[in-house]
Design a protein around this ligand. Sequence first.
Ligand code: C2E
Ligand code: MG
Ligand code: MG
Ligand code: MG
Length: 285
Amino acid sequence: SAKAKGKNNYQFFSDDMSLIVSRKIALENELRRALTNKEFLLHYQPQFNAHTGEITGMEALVRWQITDGEIISPANFIPLAEETRLILPLGEWVLNTACEQVKIWHDAGHSHLKLAVNLSPLQFLDDDLLDMVGRALDQTGFPASSLELEITENVAVDDIDLALLRMQALKELGVNLAIDDFGTGYCSLSYLKKFPLTNLKIAQSFVRDMAINPHDEALVEAMVLIGHKLNMSVIAEGVETEEQLALLKELGCDEIQGYLFSKPLTTDHFSQLLSKEFATKNPVY
Ligand code: C2E
Ligand code: MG
Ligand code: MG
Ligand code: MG
């Protein structure tokens, strides 16, 4: 043990650990407070039809706006939110808020738009999931068929049968299921064929390197084929260059999401983008 190594070592180890623990508790309290104070907000990143350039929908992405106006990215608080289970109330807030907002866009004449919302593994396996999704749809009047829930391969690692049951129950609610960051998780292809998925999202890491590494290009090509063979619509994430776009179109990718067209946008900026497309009747890219 650390203590056996001598008093100084023990002291050092102990201080170090308590610092980590107390920082964590402080951050946990901050998260809890932020939820009550409504310090979270959503950005929406548009998704485009790869061939026509039309906006097909958007992915809702959560941000934490701390009091001095600084915005914290989800990579810095989602892991702790999961660990503390605060992801459950936070995730419910995200789903409600996104459905409410996109319903407004639907009612303003953009009823074709699909909304994608991320579900963390903890949310996906939570017993209240189906009721939670049902409540969000009921309360907002948002159509289930326009909602796409994004899960990762890792939801199936611990209990494949439970994961499958959950997916089937969500499908029965009428919502669509997307597999996010495809190719980076631990799921085997034999599981994939059993899952009632409608959308496959090719992970950013493959897209990033596809124009410079023929192996990445080959994998992207294979992922598009797998997706299509399994009746899924395939979307590429993290598209940043014209070269990547050209390749993805050539490989038959259906939809595109990435900085090349747009970063995640505030509600106001997304509304502006929609009016621009609507007014010109032209794709925005
Ligand atoms: P994700 O679901 O894979 O979302 C895509 C991430 O890639 C977003 O980061 C987006 O801003 C970023 N991105 C989009 N296009 C590009 C591009 O062209 N280049 C680069 N470099 N990045 C791009 P963000 O918003 O920071 O979110 C990070 C992750 O946090 C998400 O990855 C998702 O796993 C998680 N997350 C975000 N919002 C939520 C949420 O509401 N609930 C849950 N459970 N997780 C969320
Ligand atoms: Mg979509
Ligand atoms: Mg996602
Ligand atoms: Mg992703």
